[in-house]
Design a protein around this ligand. Structure first.
Ligand SMILES: Cc1cc2nc3c(=O)[nH]c(=O)nc-3n(C[C@H](O)[C@H](O)[C@H](O)COP(=O)(O)OP(=O)(O)OC[C@H]3O[C@@H](n4cnc5c(N)ncnc54)[C@H](O)[C@@H]3O)c2cc1C
Length: 640
């Protein structure tokens, strides 16, 4: 029967809707369409890794060869600038990987680029991410309403969506602005972990003093709700808890969970309750269109895809000689692309929807000239502000805790986690956030979120399991991880580099390229560096004064560091919150790809619903906003 997807020799299944990609963009939407009674085909290139316990444990949840795609991106076209990054990944003649900057690279190393993993598994990047769940700024939503003229895009609207979908575990039931009965588990620290972290708490005391806070209140502040509903939220500086998409015992929630439970739901007679067909190992390669009607827009009618495991060349298990089986599926109503910020524009371009000159270079017949497809790639700039304390940071072990081996065989903490106990079942040390406004804030709102942890620093990404040349951290290291909000650079691009859907596109963030915008961003980041030096040196003995280590500055006069700080920011910035490559915008915006109802311009029956649609990065962390956008899309589609 149409819609139940039976597989086998059925080469052209018919569904009401086809959704490509099962991450936070595709997942909630798919479920809502199915629950409204529609037949839905969900295509996912990866597979279901639910049986891998590490995908449930936040402290072990790093991107793995079994659940990720490896992209290597550029930060700059300017090669000399690009080579200054200390965490470029290179491939050596013997096939091994090496990480470092251009001047130190071994002679036999060839540059792969800046490593940028994405989840490629049921649940998308919500299965491999750090799960930080922070709402965007109120102005991020209101601004979309302003630029599109569609006032259903507003902070108030998205607050109501949060209330519907959230299952909040860290606030008293009934706290205004939050939901407690939805599907999206969000949890935060309850303050207890800080009792065992006296040294880090001392740094927090100095941190709150920099903005006039009372150092005696830090434990209370660390429990404060960063997702509160106050109109002043985005201008309030200071320390907060950092919540995560995890449940009561800190097990990861991802879009995978709701997809699986929707598929598993049964009618009383035991048959599936919803007409939701999931096909994993299904790499969408092209949107199919009906172009025949003269004078009418092309209508998306379905998807062409390849069936088979690891068919995309970014898959660490990719084997070029495994070619997969070509299949098609037909959508009676619509096709929805939720393949993520790199793959949605790639799919559009491969399907003839994109910049005309780019498509003609690869002999792809042009359907709609949409210059914004793959443009406006943006990211929150990130980088650690690093200090070295006089001694290693002390923490007090909890006597009843098992000693974790962090995933090595026989890890007793995994067994404890499965019973809802032990270190993996509790808030981690990174569950803190400091909101701060620099002198360069573009809109008067906080333009930084910092989260801090001792004995390490978050310096970006490289294929962790395959790289061994990264030096260990100095004893006493503290990393204040910096996330820049409201970045001004919109020059990044995603462009196909062949007509082969198994090839990765060329991805270039082209950072800090706009002279005005780069002064805002780099000026703000240099302000943050100056603030970190003030913070570190104000930490009292015996832990402090902490010696500022990064950004490096040769001078003992802080004002002399500024130029060097800006260059350091340029050299070392990384990101992992890419958005914007099929941006939403108003009718007169030539670079807009979708309208406020997620409809791709110039065609019918095709929408984009994922991180690609954000016209600017939503706050400091995109994942919660992407779940919410998916809910909004379902509403819009079901309204008809
Ligand atoms: C390591 C890491 C850490 C992160 N940490 C955080 C964090 O702490 N907080 C936060 O807010 N954000 C974080 N993010 C970002 C966040 O997870 C993403 O912004 C979010 O998941 C984007 O959702 P999406 O639906 O747009 O795309 P994705 O989640 O990337 O999902 C896209 C899905 O589409 C599938 N797909 C792609 N192409 C095809 C195709 N052609 N055919 C079929 N399927 C396809 C992919 O396999 C994937 O499953 C992190 C991301 C990573 C990678």
């Amino acid at each position: 029967a149409p819609g139940n997807g039976g597989g086998g020799s059925n080469n052209d299944d018919v569904y009401d809707y086809i959704v490509v990609g099962s991450g936070p963009g595709g997942g909630p939407l798919t479920i809502n369409l199915a629950k409204a009674g529609h037949s839905v085909l969900l295509l996912e290139a990866g597979d279901d890794q639910t049986s891998d316990v590490t995908t449930h444990i936040l402290s072990l949840g790093i991107p793995l060869p079994t659940n990720r795609w490896d992209f290597f991106v550029k930060m700059y076209s300017d090669e000399a600038q690009a080579l200054k990054n200390d965490h470029l990944t290179w491939k050596r003649a013997d096939g091994s990987l090496w990480v470092g900057n251009g001047s130190a690279a071994p002679a036999d190393a060839s540059l792969l680029g800046v490593y940028y993993p994405r989840g490629a598994t049921l649940g998308g990047s919500s299965v491999i991410n750090a799960a930080g769940a922070v709402l965007p700024s109120r102005s991020d939503w209101d601004r979309i309403g302003q630029i599109t003229g569609d006032r259903s895009w507003s902070n108030a609207k998205f607050r109501s969506i949060l209330k519907r979908i959230e299952d909040n575990h860290y606030l008293p039931r009934g706290t205004p602005g939050h939901g407690f009965d939805g599907y999206l588990d969000i949890n935060g620290n309850d303050g207890t972990l800080w009792e065992n972290q006296p040294d880090l708490v001392n740094v927090f005391r100095s941190m709150v003093s920099t903005v006039g806070g009372n150092p005696n209140d830090v434990i209370q502040m660390l429990k404060r709700d960063i997702n509160n509903d106050s109109p002043n939220r985005d201008k309030t500086q200071g320390l907060f808890g950092l919540p995560f998409h995890v449940n009561e015992t800190w097990a990861r929630f991802s879009s995978r969970d709701t997809i699986r439970s929707t598929i598993a739901a049964k009618k009383p007679n035991g048959s599936p309750k919803y007409r939701l067909t999931l096909k994993t190992h299904a790499l969408a390669t092209k949107v199919l269109f009906d172009k025949k009607k003269p004078g009418k827009k092309p209508v998306a009618t379905g998807i062409e895809y390849l069936e088979g495991a690891s068919l995309y060349s970014a898959d660490p298990r990719y084997n070029p000689s495994t070619t997969g089986t070509k299949r098609t599926a037909t959508a009676r109503r619509e096709v929805i692309l939720s393949a993520g910020v790199f793959n949605t524009p790639q799919l559009l371009q491969l399907s003839g929807v994109g910049p005309a000159a780019l498509l003609s270079r690869f002999n792809i017949p042009l359907l709609v000239d949409l210059p914004g497809v793959g443009a406006r790639l943006q990211d929150n700039q990130e980088l650690p502000l690093v200090g070295i304390a006089n001694r290693p940071f002390a923490s007090t072990p909890i006597p009843s805790d098992p000693v974790c081996t962090f995933g090595a065989p026989g890890d007793p903490c995994i067994a404890a986690f499965q019973n809802g106990l032990g270190p993996y079942a509790r808030a981690g040390i990174n569950s803190n956030a400091f909101l701060w406004k620099s002198n360069h804030s573009a809109d008067g709102e906080n333009d930084f979120l910092f989260f801090s942890f001792p004995n390490g620093a978050f310096r970006g990404f490289w294929p962790f399991e395959a790289v061994s040349n990264i030096p260990p951290e100095a004893p006493g290291t503290i990393g204040v991880a910096m996330v820049k909000l409201n970045p001004q650079n919109t020059a990044g691009t995603v462009k196909i580099r062949s007509s082969n859907p198994r090839d990765t596109p060329d991805i270039n963030f082209e950072m800090f390229s706009d002279p005005v915008g780069s002064e805002v961003d780099l000026g703000a980041m240099a302000d943050a560096a100056a603030w970190s030096r003030e913070l570190f040196t104000s930490v009292p003995a015996p832990l402090g004064p902490i010696r500022p280590a990064e950004p490096k500055c040769g001078s003992s006069v802080p004002s002399e560091c500024r130029q060097g700080d800006k260059q350091w920011m340029k050299d070392q910035t990384f990101g992992h919150h890419a958005v914007g490559t099929a941006a939403m915008g108003g009718e007169r915006d030539a670079m807009a790809v979708v309208d406020s109802k997620f409809r791709v311009r110039g065609v019918e029956g095709l929408r984009v619903v994922d991180g690609s649609v954000f016209p600017r990065p939503p706050g400091a962390f995109p994942v919660l906003a992407t779940f919410m956008v998916s809910e909004k899309a379902a509403e819009v589609i079901l309204e008809g």
